[in-house]
Write a protein that binds this ligand. Structure first.
Ligand code: NOJ
Length: 717
């Protein structure tokens, strides 16, 4: 019996039901925004009693604020059950790290863990107990604005980053350590596969795709003991995730053994009605609870209807008890029954949040996550060159991304400030255009400023609202106004370095042809400007590599590296001119592939050497490759290992990432990188969905990105 059972036994049915609701801060007395109930919150049927017994709070921040809400709540809650405070701390609390898609491009899971640890520390001291992160949805469609929250298109890489972030957020000991927060992996499941890249849209995929590509990263987070899971808005095989018994009870709880708390996404329980699987709020409540949704976020289906559903025998009270116990357990795991204020400390908060040390790590993450896409002998810049910084992002603090609600643009180092810090003098600056509008006066000023310089650094991009939640687009080129600016600047015939700030892989037509160098800066976070100045001046070397393919054209989407070959692959030796799988007006492949990124130095790879060419089921295959820095600058190289199963019962991807290692190399230095493979890593879902490997031939591919690889064959016997 749970030690929390006696507490549960004292609770009335309505008190139990109210534990299952999560409300935003304006509902709570003592909150700094108490009573500001606007928009959809107005129509919520929330009564005084529901608030007094509520289990958790959404989006509160600040140690003093959270202490005040908790204190008031404990005065009014009959059984003194503390509130849980949950918030979206996705890539930093006040010290904002690069967006997760950028962090993925660092291929540095230690840094990802460190950034999550710092985000947890800043949140915990500000009173937060749970973060709605990591977001680990696999993404293949850059039209979907939320690709910025994910680490990209690969199931293995996403899983490695999921684990790193969970470790960073949660640490080893949630109860003793007041510096960590519980993690909530989201959005379960397959939210990233919304049809057409339109947010909240239907997801249609085979069980095989789901199991093989989409589920592994959530599973990795659960294996790392992630305490919470958030269900996704979408349907999975025709049933919304929030009411999907197969997904939640079957896969998550029974198969994977998850015993933590499941929370719906915002309003997702009530959305079962417009989805068309519930006639009303009562039916929505019954379906969500049956599927194991413990907490209903921001709608009142549970609070308004579970009581009557129990009284009429539709829902067994034991189901409610089970959910309440899970929530109480999480409160206990966080030590809230001993200390309901946990880490919330207004004095410490001032010292810890946005500290110099945290900014230093944010800069390091930004340094490793910017990706150099093109460089025709123009970078690095030299300090003797006269540089003009032109564009709407030349001096903009809007470089934090959409999930940075506590981050402030004023705390962000803009590109101009980064250059000024680097050069010890102000660079020439012109705005050139707004994000989506340009005038003749803008162009004129930009040309005058540009004329005086030896090299133009053109800072373009999408503002934060153009990606993120509900930020879907059908056109993923930069806004016309900015392309016009670039076109005009090109008439000056000066070297152009284009730096792009944005949250998704773009269609770079209009940018590539007018730029001698292109840097994908993503939304680089609080220290973005300093990191970019170091990179552009060669004080630091680029080492970021893409974890999501850049399409040639939007019409190719989805374009991703681990696709199937088809029966008529375009590049086969006997390929016909016409009757192959291709577009007539575009290459099949991406403009920049998964794993791609340039450096100021060059690396040479020797042929990979295999410890055996016959692998038995209990042996380990070692793959050794020598990598050498053949240039004149020190640098970091991410060596990538892929595998192809040449003949399977089920068609296998042309390549699957199995391992990677980021190594530092001095000029002329050579290192031996070793990877291992076992039979377990060669398993896949067969026709009957059993998970096993096939004896036969495999290709091992090693290289600097998913396209330039050298290969060796081996046989699994
Ligand atoms: C909706 C988003 O989909 C989810 O990611 C987020 O955690 C919740 N809102 C809470 O803010």
């Amino acid at each position: 019996m749970s030690k929390l059972q006696p507490l549960l036994d004292q609770m009335t049915l309505q008190e139990k039901i109210d534990q299952l609701v999560q409300l935003a801060t304006p509902f709570f007395k003592g909150a700094k925004d108490a009573g500001e109930i606007t928009g959809p919150m107005l129509s919520m049927n929330i009564k005084e009693g529901n608030i007094q017994n509520a289990g958790s709070v959404l989006g509160a921040s600040g140690a003093a604020n959270i202490r005040a809400i908790q204190a008031k709540h404990l005065e009014e809650n009959r059984l003194n059950i503390p509130l849980l405070f949950m918030s979206d701390v996705v890539h930093g609390y006040k010290t904002i790290f690069p967006i997760p898609l950028a962090i993925g491009c660092s291929w540095n899971t230690d840094l990802a863990e460190e950034s999550a640890r710092i985000a947890a520390k800043e949140s915990a001291v500000s009173g937060i107990h749970v973060t709605f992160a990591p977001m680990v949805d696999l993404v293949r469609d850059p039209r979907w604005g939320r690709v910025m929250e994910s680490t990209g298109e690969d199931p293995y890489l996403n899983g490695e980053f999921a684990k790193a972030q969970v470790r960073g957020f949660q640490g080893d000991q949630l109860k003793e350590s007041k510096e960590h927060v519980a993690a909530c992996v989201k959005h379960f499941a397959a939210y990233g596969a919304a049809e057409g890249g339109r947010d909240y849209n239907t997801v249609n995929m085979s069980d095989r795709q789901l199991q093989e590509m989409y589920l592994p990263a959530y599973k990795a987070a659960i294996d790392e003991d992630c305490r919470m899971v958030m269900s996704s808005f979408n349907t999975v095989d025709g049933i919304p995730a929030t009411a999907n018994q197969h997904l939640m009870n079957g896969i998550l709880r029974q198969e994977w053994g998850f015993d933590g708390v499941m929370i719906s996404d915002w309003g997702a329980v009530k959305e079962l009605i417009p989805h068309g699987v519930a006639a009303d709020k009562a039916e929505a409540a019954a379906k969500a609870l049956r599927a194991g949704t413990d907490i209903e976020m921001m709608t009142d289906c549970y609070t308004s209807h579970l009581q009557e559903l129990v009284e009429t025998g539709v829902i067994e009270e034991s189901l409610i008890d089970q959910s309440v116990l899970r929530i109480l357990q999480l409160k206990d795991d966080l030590g809230l029954f001993e200390n309901p204020y946990r880490g919330a400390d207004p004095e410490l908060e001032k010292q810890i949040v946005l500290s110099e040390q945290h900014r230093k790590v944010a800069k390091q993450v930004a340094l490793e996550s910017c990706v150099l896409l093109k460089n025709e002998q123009v970078l690095p810049l030299t300090k003797t060159q006269k540089v003009a910084l032109i564009g709407p992002f030349a001096d903009s603090g809007d470089i934090l991304g959409q999930w940075s609600w506590q981050g402030s643009k004023e705390d962000a180092v803009t590109l101009r400030q980064g250059f000024a810090n680097q050069l010890q003098q102000e660079p020439f600056v012109a705005k050139g255009s707004e994000i989506e509008a340009i005038t003749a006066a803008f162009v004129e000023e930009a040309l005058i400023i540009g004329e005086q310089a030896d090299v133009l650094v053109v800072a373009l991009g999408e503002d934060a609202t153009m990606s993120g939640e509900a930020g879907s687009l059908t056109d993923i080129q930069l806004p016309e106004a900015q392309l016009t600016l670039l076109e005009n600047l090109a008439t000056l015939n000066k070297p152009i370095v284009t730096v792009i700030f944005n949250g998704r892989p773009l269609d770079l037509h209009g940018v590539i042809e007018h730029s001698d160098a292109v840097v994908e800066a993503w939304f680089p976070g609080t220290e973005g400007g300093n990191a970019l100045a170091d990179l552009l001046y060669g004080e630091q070397n680029f080492s970021g590599k893409l974890t999501m393919s850049f399409p040639n054209r939007v019409g190719q989407i989805p374009v991703y590296y681990n696709h199937y070959n088809t029966g008529r692959p375009k590049d086969a030796a006997d390929a016909q001119v016409r009757y192959v799988s291709q577009y007539l007006d575009s290459p099949n492949g991406p403009l920049f592939p998964f794993g791609y990124g340039l450096s100021y130095t060059t690396f040479s790879y020797q042929e990979p050497v295999l410890s055996t060419h016959q692998l038995t089921k209990d042996e380990t295959l070692t793959i050794t490759v020598k990598v050498k820095n053949t240039g004149h600058t020190s640098g970091k190289e991410t060596v990538q290992l892929y595998v192809q199963d040449l003949v399977g019962e089920v068609v296998r991807p042309v390549k699957e990432l199995k391992a990677f290692e980021k190594v530092s190399l001095q000029p002329g230095e050579e290192k031996e990188v070793q990877f291992t493979l076992t039979e377990a890593q060669l398993r896949y879902f067969h026709a009957d969905m059993s998970y096993s490997s096939d004896p036969g031939s495999f290709k091992v591919l090693v290289g600097p990105n998913s396209q330039e690889t050298a290969s060796q064959l081996f046989t699994l016997v």
